[in-house]
Write a new protein. Structure first.
Length: 131
């Protein structure tokens, strides 16, 4: 099976209650339990995390920013749109939402996290300029 087809949600910095909420909601729709990305996985690519989502015993000098992230993998377009709406409804913490792409699959998680935060800030600034 192509890893991009594996229907699963990857999470970072969510609390246990939020993860349990996502699991109970999306398992009914055929998704696997959430893959929890740990600080020790910062240097792994998304592909490596999807293949083997075990945390490693690497101590990072600098902790990753505690930005709440939800990354969808293997959701087709229609299902993805519904899933995004559902996550925004069931999680009040407003995490950054993303989907796995062939490019993000090869990125180290720490680089993807930095990119997602920069992208969010860019969109926030542009939305303020429009208002």
């Amino acid at each position: 099976m192509n890893l991009l087809d594996k229907k699963v949600i990857l999470t970072f910095a969510l609390d246990l209650e939020e993860i349990n909420t996502l699991n109970s909601h999306f398992e009914k729709q055929g998704a696997k339990p959430c893959v929890i990305i740990e600080n020790s996985m910062a240097d792994k690519t998304l592909e490596e995390i999807l293949e083997d989502n075990e945390a490693t015993e690497v101590k990072r000098e600098e902790p990753l920013p505690k930005e709440k992230i939800v990354i969808f993998n293997g959701f087709d377009d229609g299902t993805l749109q519904r899933a995004v709406t559902e996550v925004r409804t069931i999680l009040s913490s407003r995490p950054i939402l993303a989907t796995v792409t062939p490019i993000s699959m090869t990125m180290k998680f720490k680089d993807l996290l930095e990119h997602l935060v920069e992208e969010r800030e860019f969109h926030r600034q542009n939305s303020k300029k429009k208002n």
